[in-house]
Design a protein around this ligand. Structure first.
Ligand code: 13P
Length: 264
């Protein structure tokens, strides 16, 4: 067993709660709809000692989310992106300090949609990760390979490269304050979820050098979530997954609640 494997067992044992994150992306189209979704979640998300739910709506609905979930300790609010500066002449940007002032605890960074559609680079992600950590918020750093890279057997190399670049400048003792999300690009929004074995394998590649909790994201729904949740120490004594990052299925409060309910 490698030294990395010993480390990852420690991570698995110390991570008590599964992190179940709803990434609403650019949805819903109106505040009214968002309010309805928040209320449906509030009604269904009773305190669960085994799961921490994180709701990541668009920026413009965060203040409302903070209000709705104010007294619900098992639900946290997350943002889907942020800028790296605190304030200033940066038209259209939202700073980590602004997010913190609203009660936001988590920030998704480096999502492949920001990379592929908005042209963000790993270097930009690293600046954001450092800014978020500085304020005591938890970055959820997304990494994943394309279908082509996977076909060429390059998954491990790509994940390591992306991670190295996206975490540039982060001190070693800060690594436990980061959450990593393995989101293979070919599995996002395609209905082709990654197999549990493949997701765990990727997670263990990431854990070799870092102690961060690892989530899986990509076409997760209430019918396939259990497999990822149950993936814990296997016969090879490798750690499983620490949670899920859910896109499409999280837009249906019933689906999201059905996933949370499976964690006991
Ligand atoms: P889907 O669950 O819609 O595949 O999206 C995954 C994702 O991108 C979460 O960040």
């Amino acid at each position: 067993m490698s030294g990395g494997a010993i480390q990852l067992i420690k991570v698995s044992q110390s991570t008590m709660k599964k992190l179940i994150i709803a990434n609403w992306k650019c949805n819903p189209a109106t505040l009214k709809e968002a309010q309805k979704m928040f209320l449906a979640l509030r009604g269904g998300l009773k305190n669960n000692s085994k799961a921490e739910a994180v709701v990541c709506p668009p920026f413009v609905y965060l203040a409302e989310a903070a209000k709705v979930f104010k007294n619900q300790s098992s639900v946290k609010i997350g943002a889907q992106n942020c800028f790296w500066e605190e304030k200033g002449a940066f038209t259209g940007e939202i700073s980590p300090k602004m997010l913190k002032s609203l009660g936001v605890k988590y920030v998704i960074l480096g999502h492949s949609e920001r990379v592929m559609i908005m042209g963000e680079t790993n270097e930009m992600t690293a600046r954001k990760v450092n800014a978020v950590l500085k304020l005591g918020l938890t970055p959820i750093v997304c990494i994943g390979e394309t279908a082509e890279e996977r076909k060429q057997g390059k998954t491990s190399i790509i994940l390591e490269k992306e991670l190295k670049e996206s975490l540039q400048g982060v001190a070693k003792n800060q690594m436990t304050k980061i959450v990593l999300a393995y989101e293979p690009l070919w599995a996002i929004g395609t209905g082709k979820a990654c197999s549990v074995d493949e997701a765990v394998k990727a997670a263990n590649v990431l854990r070799r050098t870092r102690k961060a909790p690892i989530l899986y994201g990509g076409s997760v729904h209430s019918q396939n979530a259990a497999g990822y949740i149950a993936a814990r120490l296997d016969s090879a004594r490798q750690a499983g997954l620490d949670g899920l990052l859910i896109g499409g299925a999280s837009l249906d409060p019933k689906e999201f609640l059905a996933i949370i309910k499976q964690i006991r």
